[in-house]
Design a protein around this ligand. Structure first.
Ligand code: ADP
Length: 192
C-alpha cells in the first residue's frame, strides 16, 4: 500500500490537485478538514468539539484526527494507496502516523509539498470563500491565524520528512491551475 502526503499551506491547492491524482491513480483521498466538516454538518459530538477550534483557525486535538485516519485506513483495504490531505499537521501527528504504519510493517511513501507564498494564501482563500462558503475562510483574522498556525506547527514537518528522505516540493503558484496540476502529476510520476 502506498501512503502519500499532500503537504502545503492553506489554499495551496491540495484538495484541487488530489482530485487529478485520484482520477489517474485511483488512490483514496483522505482530507481531515473535509472529514471534520462532515462531522460538524452531522452534528456529532466530535463535530461539536471541533467546530469552535476550526472556526478560530486553530487545530483540533491530534488524537481526534489520528483516530479518523486510522479508521479510514482500516476501512479501505481495496485501494492501491492513500493521499493524505491536511494530515499530518504537527510533528506529533507525523510520529503517530509512522507508528500506525509500522504496526503492519509499512511506511510513508513520499511527501508531495505544494508551496505558495503567504500573500497568495489570502488571495486564494478569499476567492474560495465566495464559492464554498466555509466559515473558516470568512475573515482576514481567521485566515491570518491559520497561516500563523501553519508556520508554527506544520512547517516543521518539512525538516521531518527531509530527514527521512521523503520530502518533494513543487511550486503551486503558477499562472493557471492546469500548470500547477501538471507539476504535481509530474512529481507523482517520479514517486511511483
Ligand atoms: P485548508 O485546506 O484551508 O488547509 P483543511 O480543510 O485542510 O483546510 O482544514 C480546515 C481546518 O480543519 C483546519 O484549519 C483545522 O482546524 C482542522 N484540521 C484539518 N486537518 C487537521 C489536522 N490534521 N490536525 C488538526 N486540525 C486539523
Amino acid at each position: 500500500m502506498k501512503y502519500y502526503i499532500l503537504f502545503g499551506p492553506p489554499g495551496a491547492g491540495k484538495g484541487t490537485h488530489a482530485a487529478a491524482l485520484v482520477e489517474k491513480y485511483n488512490y483514496k483521498h483522505i482530507s481531515t478538514g473535509a472529514l471534520l466538516r462532515a462531522e460538524i454538518a452531522a452534528g456529532t459530538e466530535l463535530g461539536k468539539q471541533a467546530q469552535e477550534l476550526i472556526a478560530g483557525g486553530n487545530l483540533v486535538p491530534d488524537e481526534v484526527v489520528e483516530g479518523m485516519i486510522e479508521s479510514t485506513f482500516r476501512n479501505n483495504r481495496d485501494v492501491p494507496g492513500f493521499l493524505l490531505d491536511g494530515f499530518p499537521r504537527t510533528i506529533a501527528q507525523a510520529e503517530a502516523l509512522d507508528k500506525m504504519l509500522a504496526k503492519t510493517g509499512e511506511e510513508v511513501t513520499g511527501t508531495i509539498s505544494i508551496m505558495i507564498p503567504d500573500e497568495l494564501v489570502f488571495e486564494r482563500i478569499k476567492r474560495r470563500a465566495a464559492i464554498e462558503g466555509r466559515a473558516d475562510d470568512a475573515s482576514d483574522e481567521i485566515i491570518a491565524n491559520r497561516v500563523k498556525t501553519y508556520h508554527a506547527q506544520t512547517e516543521p514537518l518539512i525538516e521531518y520528512y527531509k530527514a527521512a528522505g521523503k520530502y518533494h516540493e513543487v511550486m503551486g503558484d503558477g499562472p493557471t491551475i492546469e500548470i500547477n496540476r501538471q507539476r504535481v502529476l509530474d512529481l507523482m510520476e517520479t514517486l511511483q
